[in-house]
Write a protein that binds this ligand. Structure first.
Ligand code: MN
Length: 417
């Protein structure tokens, strides 16, 4: 499959991908588009021309909205149909869009000239803790290797409810937060800017139709409710976290800012990169078991740019397959008590660390709580992130001659106010 739009072989956005996002062209209102090479295809323009007048769309105009929530609510039949229509229109052999100069002028925008927004109105946000190596490393630091994992960890996908209002789109600056910090040898906590500012390399998925209150989603139907994935950086203030987290989990250490990438990569685009979920022992309870449960081969990286480094430096290289619990298991567990998920809810993976040192997905693990600082190519060292640092997470699935990419989620740290 090839588009009449030229796409470089290492572009994240070939015709096989077609991730959805919300953008504003210069001087225009937010609307829904897909990324193709260096362009955004304006779906509001195509919708106005009647290209989505099919039964799957139920007569609604969904792409002129400033968020993908109405599209998410339509479910997989509409998602599949939209992909089919868009791929057909972009196909190098199809004249409808290719040969219509006036339509092309209106429907394509250079990606560098548009403003990206959060893709969805996120009503609720949950962050899991689903990487074995992350949970094991952090548990080892806190309780020693014998008691690294809590007794529940291999029985259920542990999570906490995060805060949706402070989720921001990539490129938004993040300000170092203030909080209560209790130095280990001090008799009482102090108040001040966090001194151990961290990133967490994560992915997250957006919920489609969702479920009514009181009606769980069985694991075998979970994928019907997952539209697609984004990259996420769960900024964390470790000193605030260490003092506040017991007994109810993270609170102000996490909810001051969480960044996501603007382009949502669909499950359809990721289909060729499905991998079997690694064996789980002990075998999970029946409601968490599905015969063909799966993971994806998605390469993930974090790069650190300081004020003085010549170029961003790779500090984490990991893979989505390092997640122990699957998307389907996370979703089935989240709803098993009848909790209702709604279109646009965001469910995140937790920090994705692997077995090797280079695959650790946050500074907490990379420097072992500051004990082994990172040394950067220019001789600078880092125990934690510093003001002016920029952290960028990127990811892609590598196909034969093409990439299904996520673009990036990036943010720069501003000094405490
Ligand atoms: Mn997290």
């Amino acid at each position: 499959m090839k588009s009449f739009i030229d796409v470089a072989h290492d572009s994240h956005f070939p015709i096989q991908n077609l991730p959805f996002g919300v953008f504003s062209p210069a001087g225009g209102a937010p609307r829904v588009g897909v990324a193709i090479g260096d362009f955004v295809l304006d779906l509001a323009v195509l919708e106005e021309r009647g290209h989505f007048r099919t039964p799957e769309f139920q007569g609604g105009a969904v792409f002129s909205a400033g968020a993908i929530n109405p599209f998410l609510a339509l479910g997989r039949p509409a998602w599949r149909k939209a992909r089919e229509v868009i791929q057909h229109l972009l196909d190098s052999d199809m004249p409808t869009l290719r040969d219509d100069a006036e339509l092309r002028l209106r429907a394509f925008h250079a990606r560098k000239d548009v403003t990206m927004h959060l893709p969805a109105r996120i009503g609720d946000y949950t962050d899991f803790y689903s990487s074995y190596h992350h949970a094991h490393n952090v548990g080892t630091m806190l309780r020693g290797p014998e008691n690294a994992l809590m007794p529940n960890w291999k029985w259920l996908p542990v999570a906490y409810h995060g805060r949706a209002s402070s989720i921001v789109v990539s490129s938004t600056d993040v300000r170092r937060p203030h909080g209560q910090i209790k130095p280990p040898d001090a008799p009482a906590p102090i108040f001040g800017p966090s001194r151990s500012f961290d990133y967490e390399l994560e992915t997250a998925f957006l919920i489609g139709p969702g479920n009514a209150l009181g009606t769980p989603i069985p694991i075998e139907r979970a994928a019907d409710h997952v539209f697609g994935l984004v990259l996420m950086n769960d900024w964390s203030a470790r000193d605030v976290q260490a003092w506040e987290y017991q007994p109810l989990g993270p609170f102000l250490a996490k909810n001051f800012c969480t960044s996501i990438s603007p382009w949502v990569v669909t499950l359809e685009a990721l289909e060729p990169f499905r991998k079997p979920l690694p064996a789980q022992a002990p075998e999970p309870l029946p409601y968490l078991r599905a015969p063909n449960d799966f993971s994806y081969d998605i390469q993930l990286e974090a790069h650190l740019q300081t004020k003085t480094l010549a170029a961003p430096h790779l500090i984490t290289r990991t893979n989505f397959q390092n997640l122990y619990w699957s998307i389907a298991q996370q979703l089935a567990h989240h709803t098993v008590n009848g909790c209702n998920l709604q279109p646009g809810d965001l469910l995140a993976s937790g920090t994705i660390s692997g077995a090797t040192e280079e695959s650790r997905g946050c500074m907490l693990e990379l420097t072992w709580r500051g004990a082994n600082p990172l040394t950067l190519p220019n001789g600078e060292t880092r125990k934690w992130l510093e003001d002016g640092d920029r952290l960028t997470i990127t990811g892609w699935a590598q196909g034969d001659g093409y990439r299904i990419g996520f673009g990036e989620v990036t943010g720069r740290i501003l000094p405490a106010a």
